[in-house]
Write a protein that binds this ligand. Structure first.
Ligand code: AMP
Ligand code: MG
Length: 512
């Protein structure tokens, strides 16, 4: 409960009334209970002129916070970091990480402040974090601020991922700051994003304490993660191993979902992988339009380390780093601990493959994934790459073809060329052998094959209107649309089409 104070004139004297309200965040912090070497306590930096952009009312409701209050002047000031709500214990978390394969011994929240944790209506504990809220001891050379463009981008893509059913950090709100952020040669409007996550504990958080040889901290962090994300592991014979198994399984399933949607994360550094299994860091990410397995978007990924087809192997590599950091808590005997770590990590390829196979079977409309279907899927992807066909529309068109006469109009945007005929014959023979009733099959396929994704050119158009013209309607329309990524209507064709040649976005930028 927060006490709201206001003044009322009464017979010439000021009376201060106190009113308790339940509109506000009800904080219940646990990370702040960990020893002080896990973070630095500090408040967000106030900004000149907080302005509301958008509040996510569905998420506010999940968190038990009044969305109207969040949109009010008081709420906006709080979301901009100009007021610290009661119960918040603001802090910046410390971590380390491998960035593009290179070890960085100390990173941390350089432009983010954790306000605290809230238990949602679903009984899940959520971090409430302000991103872009000023310098911290971990800012290195940075200014701790965020330009409006990347804030809108993260809002759009993270909420689209949520609607697509992919575990992800979420966006509770975006506000403008009324000041400029300098990203030479430009001065850009500044903004703050309120990010919500089941926690912000990264592989890099474990790596930080491992590199400091701080075994006590590693044990505390392991216990914290188990209590928060893997409660069943507490009962296991070896809780740390059970936790690691859980993280490995979660990442295998997460990256399989990325692959199945044509999502390229772009910056899979170990500090950008959460123990909770949620996607985090929407800097240079992008959804592919035309399919190619070697696709890279990030302007800073010169070597293609984080290309689409490399994502599973990179996740595996990152997990090996987590396993290594856990050696001191897996077993007092180093050799035994190494065997335990290796056993957990070795499960990744099969876990990924089976999650991917299950998901791909759904995309192809097959009830039961069979090993044979791997070739069917791989051959389709090979053709899509050769024909430079649109990934999302090709699968959506396939869903239409599962029940002839049920067309919704995707063929106006995409049709399989003659090069696909032999493959389509093979696919038809395969689904005829399959036990699913045809209506069921199509339902499954529409579910697995969304029609609306946050295409780069749509995201760019939303950002451009907001940054250049202070017109947020394009952004708001896109966020609304992406809440229902599978519900196609012909009137929405403009949002489903691939970019025109002049609209193609070839590169994305961290924009930090
Ligand atoms: P990222 O590329 O977003 O994963 O960030 C990598 C590291 O750089 C993290 O420690 C961030 O906190 C830090 N960082 C990124 N942008 C800024 C900024 N504008 N100011 C200060 N630190 C930043
Ligand atoms: Mg990051």
């Amino acid at each position: 409960m927060t006490i709201v104070q206001f003044r009322e004139e009464c017979a010439g004297s000021d009376i201060v009334l106190s009113v308790t309200s339940s509109k506000h965040f009800r904080f219940d912090n646990s990370y702040a209970r960990l020893p002080s070497r896990f973070y630095t306590n500090l408040e967000p930096t106030p900004v000149p002129k907080p302005g509301p952009v958008r509040v996510n009312s569905g998420l506010a409701d999940l968190l038990g916070v009044d969305a109207d209050w969040l949109t009010s002047g008081e709420g906006t000031r709080l979301l901009a970091g100009n007021a610290v709500p009661e119960g918040s214990e603001p802090l910046a978390m410390v971590y380390a990480g491998h960035q593009f394969g290179g070890w960085v011994p100390q990173l941390g929240d350089g432009r983010a402040i954790l306000l605290g944790e809230v238990i949602g209506r679903d009984k899940v504990r959520y971090d409430i974090q302000l991103k872009g809220s000023g310098r911290t001891p971990y800012s290195r050379g940075g200014d701790g601020k965020a330009p409006l463009g990347p804030v809108l981008r993260e809002y759009i893509v993270s909420e689209a991922m949520f609607a697509l059913g992919v575990p992800t950090t979420r966006s509770l709100a975006a506000v403008t700051t009324g000041e400029h952020v300098f990203r030479p040669p430009e001065a850009l409007p500044g903004a703050v994003l309120t990010r919500v996550a089941q926690s912000h504990i990264r592989i890099g958080t474990f790596q930080y304490f491992f590199s400091q040889q701080d075994v006590e901290a590693l044990q505390l962090l392991t216990d914290h993660v188990i209590a928060r994300h893997y409660p069943a592991a507490a009962m296991a014979e070896n809780p740390a191993r059970a936790m690691l198994d859980g993280v490995v399984a979660g990442q295998a399933s997460l990256v399989a979902q990325w692959q199945l949607l044509g999502f390229i994360h772009g910056v899979m550094n170990t500090d950008n992988m959460l123990l909770s299994g949620e996607t985090i860091d929407y800097g240079p990410c992008a959804f592919m339009d035309a399919f190619h397995p070697d696709r890279v978007f990030s302007s800073i990924d010169q070597q293609g380390r984080y290309a689409y087809s490399n994502q599973p192997a990179i996740a595996h590599w990152n997990l090996a780093n987590l396993a290594q950091a856990l050696i001191p808590v897996l077993d007092p005997d180093r050799e035994k601990a190494t065997v335990l770590a290796q056993g957990s990590i070795d499960a990744f390829p099969d876990l990924f493959q089976s999650a991917y196979r299950r998901g791909m079977a759904r995309k192809l409309g097959l009830a039961k994934p069979e090993v044979d279907d791997d070739a069917l899927a791989a051959d389709l992807l090979g053709l899509l790459a050769r024909e430079q066909a649109d990934f999302t529309l090709a699968f959506r068109r396939l869903a239409e073809l599962a029940l002839p006469g049920s067309e919704q109009g995707i063929s106006e945007l995409f049709e399989f060329s003659g090069a696909f005929d032999p493959w389509l014959d093979r696919w038809r023979r395969q689904i005829e052998k399959d036990a699913l009733p045809v209506h069921e099959r199509q339902k499954l396929m529409f579910q697995a094959n969304p029609v609306f994704i946050p295409r780069n050119h749509l995201v760019e158009a939303a950002i451009k209107a907001a940054v250049e013209e202070e017109d947020f309607s394009v952004f708001n329309r896109l966020v609304d649309l992406l809440e229902r990524p599978r519900d196609f209507e012909p009137g929405l064709m403009e949002f489903a089409r691939p970019p025109r040649p002049e609209e193609v976005v070839a590169q994305t930028f961290c924009g930090t």
